[in-house]
Each structure stands twice: as structure tokens, then as C-alpha cells.
Design a protein around this ligand. Structure first.
Ligand SMILES: *[C@@H]1O[C@H](CO)[C@@H](O)[C@H](O)[C@H]1NC(C)=O
Ligand SMILES: *[C@@H]1O[C@H](CO)[C@@H](O)[C@H](O)[C@H]1NC(C)=O
Length: 574
């Protein structure tokens, strides 16, 4: 008996030592300029900064997309989101209804799936945002547990202003638009009926008008009802397949996520694990728990950043406590840049800071895609390493898969590449000679890291139309868009050299740069070659895939009980 115990603990020790653990931390909408290690001197992020000083800091770490869902799809699969159909051609670029049928397709392979086959224990704690159901309200087709994770605690959706009462709505603009249109249709119908009555074509116009009005009301009322109660339908907390709190109570959420993370690490200390820690902070509506509220110098936004930092510290602490630190790779990033247009209804800045970089979330200016990238692995990655070469959040896929002793799938294109040679100093140039910057499904810009040169060229095929009052944002539409009517096309493309102009202030002209047309030619050729590799797949953001389907609505109580439940409260956990 004793021998057996010794043997099992030896075995688990071997297992623990052979493959590293992974903790992949992603913050939502955090700007690169929010962190001390990227130059912020007023926000306090000591725990995150320690990851930088204790490991490698990537200064040119690029998100595959400036928007949550496509960026996360690319992160999970190591592939541009257009390859999996997770990039929108329609107007909505992320899932905004929990009862949409779109999501990460089953034929995509996530790093969690690969690590699971290697015997890793895999968990995602926090935000998923890659779909839930597809045919029924409980088929969980796109759920994280069907994409390689053993454990899930969090939300399959995103966080939104509409999730916390009193924070306004991201749908108001759209709803006002619809109401206005309906109103003009009603007026037009009325005028037409009166005219037809006058000419003797229609006998009693009021009757028809009444029917018509009734029809409009029948359509409009449920829509308004739905959005009024948005948080009941879309902001809920799940543990694995079960909804445990609907609607979600946010104030202590990060505390709960942290407790879950710490619990997961301690449960798995004897076997290899992968933890994807995906914070809902610092997306609006902003929240922070008691201990952090009002403590930062930057309002509730700063409070939220500092709470995330605290949580990162708790997780690292737990690694230290269990002597796992030297055997664990910790990665830290944000899904996209800070959302500069987020100003609260009372005028407080609620969006992140992108430092010297232009624009933010939803644009392919550097502010939208250049995100923090930190990798710590004591004893393996030298403390204080700084990598200025272009890297991508898709690289994590290849890095994690290789380090787990697996090889990346050969039956498909993987756009990420293993980061280890770069961070270990075995290679001095990044594999990404070219990076393609997508805004939804549209190729927005291309980055050329020219070999044997300091230049990092970036050519824009189009740029978002900024609000005339501001050179930095799309304040009148709340967020920039990348489709017709909201963009300016550039032919020839707008060219920058990020090495000398990281803030993208001065487009290069043929007069300034004798090689102007050659540079563009090289970029066009690479673009052509890249575009040939993009296959047509089912778009997960087609209108029918993004719109609300009542029969897919996940609900933890009967509809008469308003989809309300709070199993967390019952357990005395919140
Ligand atoms: C630090 O971050 C805050 C909050 O995003 C921002 O307002 C401030 O300008 C930043 N400071 C520096 C020096 O970057
Ligand atoms: C972890 O690695 C560091 C750096 O190589 C080393 O100094 C330390 O002793 C190691 N700690 C353990 C517990 O092995």
C-alpha cells in the first residue's frame, strides 16, 4: 500500500516535471498604456509588472483582430479568424446575444483540445465569447467543454454596458434608429391611406391604419422588452454546463474568478495543467469589488485594472505556494486595445489607454492591435528579456502545443509560430515577415517586417473615418466600423514605417521614400499569396447566425420566472 502511494506520487512528480503548466491570462479591452511595465506611472500594476521583469516583455505583440470574438477565435486556434468563419462580413462583429447559433466550429482545433489529449487538465475561467448553442437551448455545441476544456466557470458571452443597470446601453443607437424608421413608415402609411381614401380607392382608412399600427406594436414591443431585460438573457454565470447565476452580479466577480483559479491550481498541482484565465474586466460596464472601488487615480477604470493586477498576484502566489512557479509558463495579454470611445453617461473616461499608439479597439491602428505580451517562466526564460520583433497572439497556440510535446496540426494552415526560439534568444528575427491585420473579415492593413532592415512597414487599404472633432476616435458611433460608409479607401495604400513613426502620424509619400512603389509591390504580392490561402467557409456571423433565436435561449428557470436564479447566493458564495 505504502509502496503504491510512493509510486503514484513519484509518477505524478515525473508527470509534473516533464511538461510545463500553462497559465494564459487575457484581460478584456485593456490598453497597452495601462500597465506600469509599458510606461504607465500612475496606475499601479506591480504584479503584472513583475511578470515583465521576471520574464520576457514583447513590445510589438499584435492581436489578430481588434475585436473580442475574432481575436479570441484566432488565439484559441492559432489561425486568422477568417479561416474559421469567425470574422464578420455583416455589421455585427462579435456575438451580442447568448442565443445566437454561431460559434467556433467543431472542426477547428484549440490548444486546449491538443493539451487534453496529452493528459493535461484544462480549464477556462472567465469569458469565452465563442458561442454556446446551435440548434437547441441545451446542445452546448460551441461551449468551452466541447472545445477541449475540462472545466469552465464564467460566461459564454461578453460583458456589456447593458449587463449592469444604470450603465446605459450599447443598443440605444440602433434601437432609436429602428424606432425612427418605424415611425416614418407609420407616417407614410397614414398619408398613403388618407390619399387613397380621398381618391376613393380605400373605403375606411382608419381600420387599416389601426391594423397596421397594431402590427407595428406587436413587432416593436417584444424587441423593446428584450433589450430592456437584456441582462437576464445574456449576462449569466455558468459552471460547466449549468447556469448558476442569471443575471450575473458583477461586483465580486473577479474575486470569485480568482478563487476558482486558485482552487484549480491547487487541485491540479500534481499533474500538468492549462488554465486560461480570461477576465471580464476591464470591459464596460466597469465594476470593482469593495477593496478596490475608489482606490486608483483613474476612477472606476483604474480600480478595475488594479483589481485584475491583484488577481494576477494571487494566482502567482498560489504557484509559489505549491512550488510550481519554475514549471509554469505564465502569459499575459489583452484581447485588443483599449476602447478609447468609452465615456460614461456622466463623462468619466471608461476606456483604456493605448499609450503613444493611435486609435483603439475596433481599428487596425496600432492602438487597436498592439497589446501587452508578457511571458514568464523562471529558470527557462531569462528575466528582463525584451523582444521588439513582431509577435502575434496566435503564436501562443504553437508555443503551448509544442511545449506540451505535441506537434501543431498538419492538415490546415496555422498562422502562429512558436515563440520560444525568439524569447530564448535562439532566433533574432520573428517568423512573421508579414502580418495581416483584419478588421472583421476585411483585410485592413499589412505589416512587413523587412528582413535585414529596421523598417516595419504598415500599409492600410482603408482607414476608419474618425470623428472630425477628434483624431483619435469614432465617438459618434461609439466604436469604429470597418464597412462601407464608415471607412476611407486608400489607393495606393497609406504607408507608414512603424520603426520611425510608431504613432502612425506621418504617412510616407513617394517623394519621401524612393522605394515607395517597390515596398507596396512587395506587400501586394505577399497579400495576394496570403489571400489565396483563405478558403470559403460558413460564416458564423451571417445574420441568421448572429440574431437572437428564442429557442436557443438558455434559461435557468422557467420563462415565467424570468430566467432568474442565483445558485451562488444559495451556496453563500457571493
Ligand atoms: C495610465 O493609465 C491611465 C488609465 O488608462 C491613463 O489615463 C493615463 O494617461 C496613463 N498614464 C500614462 C503615463 O500613460
Ligand atoms: C527556480 O528557478 C530559479 C531560477 O533558475 C532558481 O533560482 C530557483 O532556485 C528555482 N526554484 C526552485 C524551487 O526550484
Amino acid at each position: 500500500m505504502k509502496l503504491l502511494t510512493v509510486m503514484t506520487s513519484l509518477l505524478s512528480l515525473c508527470a509534473a516535471n516533464s511538461w510545463p503548466n500553462f497559465i494564459l491570462i487575457m484581460v478584456d479591452d485593456m490598453g497597452i498604456g495601462d500597465l506600469g511595465c509599458y510606461g504607465n506611472n500612475t496606475l499601479r500594476t506591480p504584479n503584472i509588472d513583475k511578470l515583465a521583469t521576471g520574464g520576457a516583455k514583447l513590445t510589438q505583440h499584435i492581436a489578430a483582430s481588434p475585436l473580442c470574438t475574432p481575436s479570441r477565435a484566432a488565439f484559441m486556434t492559432g489561425r486568422y479568424a477568417v479561416r474559421s468563419g469567425m470574422a464578420a462580413e455583416a455589421r455585427i462583429g462579435t456575438f451580442v446575444f447568448s442565443a445566437s447559433s454561431g460559434g467556433l466550429p467543431q472542426n477547428e482545433i484549440t490548444f486546449a483540445e491538443i493539451l487534453k489529449t496529452k493528459g493535461y487538465s484544462t480549464a477556462i475561467i472567465g469569458k469565452w465569447h465563442l458561442g454556446l448553442n446551435t440548434e437547441k437551448s441545451n446542445d452546448f455545441y460551441h461551449h468551452p467543454l466541447n472545445h477541449g476544456f475540462d472545466y469552465f466557470y464564467g460566461t459564454t458571452m461578453t460583458h456589456l454596458r447593458d449587463c449592469i443597470p444604470g450603465n446605459g446601453s450599447v443598443f440605444i443607437v440602433g434601437l432609436v434608429e429602428i424606432t425612427k424608421k418605424m415611425f416614418s413608415v407609420v407616417c407614410l402609411t397614414l398619408i398613403t391611406l388618407i390619399f387613397l381614401n380621398y381618391t376613393g380607392h380605400v373605403k375606411s382608412p382608419w381600420k387599416y391604419f389601426f391594423y397596421f399600427l397594431l402590427f407595428i406594436i406587436i413587432v416593436l414591443v417584444p424587441i423593446i422588452f428584450y433589450f430592456w431585460n437584456y441582462r437576464y438573457f445574456n449576462c449569466f454565470l455558468m459552471r460547466n454546463f449549468q447556469i448558476i447565476q442569471q443575471p450575473l452580479l458583477y461586483e465580486n466577480l473577479t474575486q470569485k474568478l480568482t478563487k476558482e483559479a486558485v482552487g484549480f491550481i491547487s487541485r491540479n498541482k500534481h499533474k500538468p495543467f492549462l488554465l486560461f484565465m480570461s477576465y471580464l474586466q476591464v470591459h464596460t460596464a466597469l465594476y470593482a469589488s469593495q477593496d478596490f472601488r475608489g482606490k486608483s487615480k483613474h476612477g472606476i477604470y483604474g480600480d478595475a485594472v488594479e483589481e485584475v493586477d491583484w488577481s494576477v498576484g494571487r494566482i502567482i502566489n498560489e504557484l509559489e505556494k505549491n512550488q510550481l512557479k519554475n514549471n509554469t509558463l505564465v502569459y499575459f495579454t489583452s484581447d485588443n486595445g483599449g476602447h478609447v470611445e468609452e465615456i460614461s453617461s456622466y463623462g468619466e473616461v471608461h476606456g483604456g489607454w493605448n499609450g503613444i499608439y493611435k486609435g483603439g479597439k475596433a481599428t487596425c491602428w496600432e492602438g487597436g492591435i498592439r497589446v501587452p505580451g508578457l511571458i514568464q517562466w523562471p529558470g527557462v526564460i531569462e528575466a528582463g528579456t525584451v523582444i521588439n520583433e513582431p509577435t502575434s497572439n496566435m503564436d501562443i497556440f504553437s508555443t503551448v502545443v509544442k511545449l506540451s510535446g505535441s506537434s501543431v496540426p498538419q492538415d490546415r494552415i496555422i498562422d502562429g509560430s512558436d515563440l520560444m526560439p525568439l524569447v530564448l534568444g535562439k532566433s533574432i528575427t520573428s517568423d512573421h515577415e508579414f502580418l495581416f491585420h483584419y478588421c472583421n473579415a476585411y483585410l485592413n492593413a499589412v505589416r512587413w517586417n523587412q528582413r535585414n532592415s529596421t523598417s516595419i512597414w504598415k500599409a492600410f487599404f482603408f482607414t476608419p473615418n474618425f470623428n472630425p472633432e477628434s483624431s483619435e476616435g469614432c465617438f459618434n458611433s461609439h466604436v469604429c466600423h470597418c464597412y462601407e460608409g464608415y471607412v476611407t479607401q486608400h489607393n495606393p495604400p497609406l504607408l507608414f514605417d512603424l520603426f520611425i513613426d510608431p504613432s502612425e502620424k506621418n504617412p510616407i509619400t513617394p517623394e519621401m521614400e524612393p522605394n515607395f512603389y517597390n515596398i507596396l509591390k512587395t506587400i501586394q504580392q505577399a497579400t495576394g499569396a496570403h489571400q489565396k490561402t483563405i478558403q470559403v467557409v460558413d460564416n458564423q456571423f451571417s445574420w441568421s447566425n448572429v440574431l437572437w433565436r428564442p429557442w436557443l435561449q438558455a434559461c435557468c428557470s422557467s420563462w415565467f420566472d424570468f430566467c432568474y436564479c442565483d445558485k451562488e447566493e444559495e451556496l453563500g458564495m457571493s
